[in-house]
Design a protein around this ligand. Structure first.
Ligand code: BES
Ligand code: MN
Ligand code: ZN
Length: 498
């Protein structure tokens, strides 16, 4: 649940209300529309710039309280630096920085979307608006006591644009993405006593049916009939029932093979009988970040009516220790027929994905598959929280995903797959075992998944470092980042829409 920010677009010539936000660049000049508004405040501004030694470096700001000659209670000048160098992700960042500057007391703000050279492009205005939305998100559903400062009910931000109609139109598509990210963040932040597999499935129904996504929920009987015994084995120690949810968005050519997006949705991962240490275990409520990413992306694609056929398949289970839980040494038969020796019940994500990947490939004959999973702690050791780990059996797909990361700002770094790593998961008793030993933990996990994708172009994105416990950024202050929605939406937009 986020604080409500209401964004509205109007003409650059409209009278600004509330906190006034204007843009400049390295020249410290203003556009003609902005000059008209600032006229009487010129002297105050020059002094403020001097006092702050403001040189217009990119993403720096100057605040002027109660500026003489202006009605606004506060004036905020934000610089884009060398304007020609701004990419779309920079505009999102700029929006985030602006949202972070609007004081908690303000209920209204106006942003003049103009640089010294004139009004900013509609697409850039929309990216800036996306940054405003993403930064303003806060998960405060369970805070019943009011904080010390008087909290505002909502914040109205007026975006004053050169071509307001074009900006509004560009925003409609970006707003779909913003809503998808917010949905993913909400799911990740939600505690596991509230968000269990059936509740997750219910929320998918509730939210995605409103934008025209077809939804099918497979319950435990259906999963047993399909032979998804690897997935069911993970859930068998929990009193919560397991679910697989299939989401279909058909916005592309009729009959064209879909893109398949697969998500790990472990609503809580205790580790099972191979139980995790107590410290930090609460973070494992976020072990469904992959499923949240797929859900948020399907929402975004549908809400912006993307010209693509896409299917999302998420495996929802809870991994608990119990009398009915699976044990180390157990051997389970996956839907593919391949058998798996359980070495460590905490390596459960790959068991879920094995069946869901196989199911998606068999059922939908997709053009390609990309799975998202908070799969290994080892990816945090390798890449930290900046880049997600990318694994792929297809160089073209890997390249396209890398580029989508660069453009969206949700970055991925490619890791290797090779037969020598694959050998590390051969088992004495079954076709494979579910862990590969101490070394290369993220890679052997990916090798395990590769055994379930056949020849289909496939990529695996390990988001254990990026989906949750997220460091503060200009566009995110939430524990759950909603990582991957923007990345995947970018990948689809750049490669698979006509
Ligand atoms: N959900 C965890 C991975 C994880 C760790 C996600 C930290 C987010 C933050 C996964 O199911 C897991 O437990 N992986 C084990 C695998 C091991 C037992 C082979 C791990 O990474 O330690
Ligand atoms: Mn685990
Ligand atoms: Zn897990």
């Amino acid at each position: 649940m986020s604080e409500t920010v209401n964004l509205s677009f109007s003409k650059l010539s409209a009278a600004p209300k509330g906190v006034l936000i204007v843009l400049t660049d390295e020249t410290l000049a203003f556009g003609p529309g902005t000059q008209k508004v600032l006229k009487a405040a010129d002297a105050a501004l020059t002094r403020a710039f001097d006092a702050e030694r403001f040189k217009g470096k990119a993403f720096t700001c100057v605040d002027v309280l109660a500026p003489a000659g202006l009605q606004a209670p506060r004036l905020i000048v934000v610089s884009t630096g060398k304007t020609s160098e701004l990419k779309s992700a920079d505009w999102v960042k700029l929006g985030g920085i602006i949202a972070g500057r609007i004081p908690a007391s303000a209920e209204e703000a106006s942003i003049l979307l103009e640089l010294p050279g004139g009004p900013i492009a509609a697409e850039d205005a929309a990216e800036l608006a996306l940054g405003l939305r993403l930064r303003s998100y806060a998960f405060d559903r369970y805070k019943t006591r009011k904080k010390d400062e008087p909290a505002r009910e909502s914040l109205d931000i007026h975006l004053l644009a050169g071509d307001e109609a074009a900006a509004r139109k560009a925003w409609a598509a970006r707003e779909a993405v913003a809503d998808g990210v917010v949905l993913a963040r909400d799911l990740v932040n939600e505690p596991a006593n509230v968000l269990d597999p059936p509740e997750f499935a219910r929320r998918v129904q509730e939210r995605l049916s409103t934008v025209g996504v077809e939804i099918e929920v497979l319950d435990e009987d259906a999963l047993a009939r399909l032979g998804m015994r690897a997935l069911l084995a993970v859930g068998q120690g929990s009193i919560k029932e397991s679910r697989v949810v299939v989401m279909r968005w058909n916005g592309g050519k009729k009959g064209e093979a879909p893109l398949a997006f697969i998500g790990k949705g472990v609503t809580f991962d205790t580790g099972g009988i191979s139980i995790k240490p107590a410290a930090g275990m609460e973070d494992m409520k976020g072990d469904m970040g992959g499923a949240a990413c797929v859900t948020g992306t399907l929402y975004a694609l549908a809400a912006r009516k993307a010209k693509v056929n896409a299917v999302g398949v998420i495996g929802l289970v809870e991994n608990m220790p119990d009398g009915a839980a699976q044990r180390p040494g157990d051997i389970v038969t996956s839907m593919s027929g391949q058998t798996i020796e359980i070495i460590n019940t905490d390596a459960e994500g790959r068991l879920v994905l094995a069946d869901v990947l196989w199911y998606a490939n068999e059922t939908f004959k997709p053009k390609l598959m990309v799975d998202f999973a908070t799969l290994t702690g080892a990816i945090l050791v390798a890449l930290g929280q900046e880049y997600a780990g990318l694994f792929s059996n297809d160089d073209g797909l890997a390249g396209a995903l890398f580029a989508a990361g660069d453009t969206s700002g949700e970055k991925v770094w490619r890791m290797p797959l090779a037969p020598a790593y694959d050998k590390m998961i051969d088992s004495k008793f079954a076709d494979m075992k579910n862990t590969g030993g101490r070394f290369g933990g993220s890679i052997t996990a990916a090798q395990f998944l590769q055994r379930y994708v056949g020849e289909t172009p496939w990529a695996h994105v390990d988001i254990a470092g990026t989906a949750m416990s997220s460091p503060s950024t200009d566009t995110n202050r939430s524990w759950g980042s909603g990582w991957g929605v923007r990345f995947l939406n970018q990948f689809v937009a750049d490669n698979h829409e006509g």
